[in-house]
Design a binder for this molecule. Sequence first.
Ligand SMILES: C[S@@+](CC[C@H](N)C(=O)[O-])C[C@H]1O[C@@H](n2cnc3c(N)ncnc32)[C@H](O)[C@@H]1O
Ligand code: SF4
Length: 419
Amino acid sequence: MLTEKLVSFIVRKQVKKYFRLQPAVAGKISLNRTPQAPLLLYLHIPFCEELCTYCSFHRVLFQESIAREYFAALRQEIYMYKQANYNFQAAYIGGGTPTILLDELAETIKLIRSVFAINEISVETNPNHLDREKMQILQAAGIERLSVGVQSFNDDILKSIGRYDKYGSGKDIIPKIRDLQGWFKTVNIDMIFNFPLQTEEMLKQDLVIIRDLKVDQVTFYPLMIAATTRNDMERKIGIVNNKRGKKYFEMITAELQKEYRASTAWCFSKNDALIDEYVVNYDEYAGIGSGAFGYLNGTVYANLFDIPEYINQVKQENFPVVAKREFNKKSIMLYEFLMQFFGQSLNLAYIRKKHGFWATLYLYPIIFFFLVVRGLKSTGEDGGYIVRKPYYGVIMMREFFTAVNNFRDYCRAKVNNML
Ligand SMILES: C[S@@+](CC[C@H](N)C(=O)[O-])C[C@H]1O[C@@H](n2cnc3c(N)ncnc32)[C@H](O)[C@@H]1O
Ligand code: SF4
């Protein structure tokens, strides 16, 4: 417990520094990439039919006219990256709800496939969009991975987080997920553990349902709270007890490891060929769309959160960036360490080759610490380590995402003040 507290504390302090972003002026920035680094394209669709209590992603209530204008701007921004000579190997379309206007989504996918050499595309969706007609459109568009937000199959939990009425009960969702089998190379479901009212029994039932559904992949996030969602969440769903998170996580791994392998600290996949977390598989990514984050050549940047302003800047062919921060070598090392740890193994030889021997010296005390607390184990190969205690990865990523969420909240508050 003490080690977990220490790991959380250190990561919280470090990531606070990462997200002290400096304001940037849209259009006046340059976004450079590292030559040869595998590049991913992240597209953000910020519209939802219902706003869930716990969610701190950049999302607004769906309005068709603004959403159509938004998709047009998104395609314009894609062209801007093309004109700047970018190419991407994969695309991740997240939200919000990317499948909110399927004709617009299909047109956008057609565009990215025509201008970039994309090998795989992953799209997020919600259970109320899982009908045959929509799946046919997504399949025809060449989606390889579909990720469905379930969170829990327990109706009391679904009611408390504001999803039951819009996205259906556990019993409604189960057959829809079952019917997805075979439509895409990877079907993932997003689940959350450690909701305040979730008992061990409720979690066990969710795990039984998941094993019975035989989905290709399960992502089990710990419930994360951002500063500005905390009050509303505590009022509606109760106080989150992080102390029992480890126990719940151990229940999840014990059950899922019977049929799945951990492909990241919180993602469980049936086999190696499946597509999963892009932050682990791609060293760099460009963030396109309102409120999207990118990480290119050691610089993290965020796009404008104000949707009309985003559209306006893109129409003027300006990169719609609102803030950015150049990481120093130490921050780059820590970021890469964190992503590799999260991905379950560490390849120090790769980091050394990329950044030089001296830069990696920063990492030795950290690696030593994790060897002492038995979180890492050497593979015997030069600079090779495997993760022995994935829960440390969960804690570190929880702190990292909480910092991202807080930064989003800060930007959202700014947008609200302006309206
Ligand atoms: C941001 S949503 C976008 C896709 C879709 N709208 C949905 O609800 O699944 C993607 C996933 O993020 C996860 N998520 C959102 N807010 C979270 C939070 N506060 N803590 C943990 N996971 C969260 C949920 O599992 C959700 O399914
Ligand atoms: S969890 Fe998904 S559906 Fe709910 S508000 Fe967030 S993005 Fe929208």
